[in-house]
Design a protein around this ligand. Structure first.
Ligand code: GLU
Length: 305
């Protein structure tokens, strides 16, 4: 089967899974998204690009934004970033406070919220506070879509209701782990998470992760090969909330999900895959998206395991 047929078959086979998950509602701005959306893109490093469903429709990338912010931090600070954040899976929820307190304010990894706040704080310190604009410009160039933007309503609704993230930011500050004031950092974090991109935008922008750090669109390195392998290792061990083990079991690819229902997965040296479907499973990962990636790995045997 060739790639367009594989995608059509996946779209057909995932249909029975609709209605089994729940659209995220704890961020008020997200709960209006129709639950039955589905889009998927496969972007090969050698140029092939295949999409199915609503793959050009922008959605809230939420925690997927932790990837480009980490890419920026690594390219600005190199190894220095690991002085601020760990590299181990957390085994607890992405917004857990307990572990952070036990471990004296050093977040387990860059993909739990505490870790993402520390990474953002570092990028803010390196950009005179302009991290949100720097990330937007970075992704506009990498995706070659200069129309992508933040959804300020979604950001404002999260800022109003994100009491747990506020507690995390305050705890980080109490332990002396961040330099920005908690309120400033939280505002930038909610904006970062509110970015809207389509499956196609994300697959193009994050393709360097499948290509040793080089963007095939720009013919330019945005990360070193070593940095790229490190990010992929972190995605493999920490990218899917606390069901990262069962995701590896089912799919076998480094991936990062967001509560907007997006998942980005990387097949090193082959392709970047992005799937979007808003209904989430109990761990907060797209239920239909995970099923689609499992089918993809099974049908193409493109899995690192
Ligand atoms: N903005 C969301 C939060 O901090 C992102 C969560 C996610 O996508 O995992 O709760």
């Amino acid at each position: 089967m060739d790639m367009p047929d594989i995608l059509l078959e996946i779209e057909r086979e995932v249909r029975p899974h609709f209605g089994r998950g729940k659209v995220a509602s704890y961020i008020p701005g997200l709960k209006r998204v129709p639950p039955d959306k589905f889009g998927m893109v496969v972007r090969m490093v050698d140029g092939g690009e295949y999409g199915v469903g609503q793959f050009t429709e922008p959605f809230s990338i939420q925690s997927i934004s932790k990837l480009p912010m980490l890419m920026l931090a690594m390219s600005m600070m190199g190894e220095e970033i690991w002085r601020f954040v760990g590299k181990e899976p957390s085994g607890s929820a992405f917004n857990s406070l307990v572990q952070l307190e036990y471990e004296k304010g050093v977040p387990r990894n860059p993909f739990v919220n505490a870790g993402a706040l520390v990474v953002l704080d570092a990028v803010m310190a390196n950009t005179q506070g302009k991290a949100s604009q720097v990330m937007l410009d970075y992704l506009r160039v990498l995706s070659q879509n200069f129309a992508i933007d933040y959804d300020r309503k979604v950001a404002a609704s999260e800022l109003r209701t994100g009491h747990r993230n506020a507690a995390i930011a305050n705890l980080l500050r109490a332990h002396g782990r961040i330099r920005q004031a908690p309120d400033t950092l939280l505002e930038a974090y909610c904006l970062q998470c509110s970015l809207e991109m389509s499956c196609l935008d994300l697959a193009r922008a994050l393709l360097p992760l499948a290509n040793s750090g080089v963007s095939p669109l720009l013919e330019e390195a945005v990360l070193t090969d070593r940095q790229t392998r490190r990010i992929n290792a972190l995605m493999m061990t920490c990218g899917m909330y606390d069901s990262v083990g069962s995701f590896a079991f089912r799919v076998g690819l480094p991936a990062k999900s967001g509560v907007g229902g997006g998942i980005v997965a990387v097949v090193p040296r082959h392709c970047c895959l992005v799937v979007w479907s808003p209904e989430l499973d109990r761990s907060g990962n797209s239920l239909v998206g995970t099923a689609a990636l499992e089918l993809f790995a099974r049908m193409t045997k493109l899995s690192i395991l």
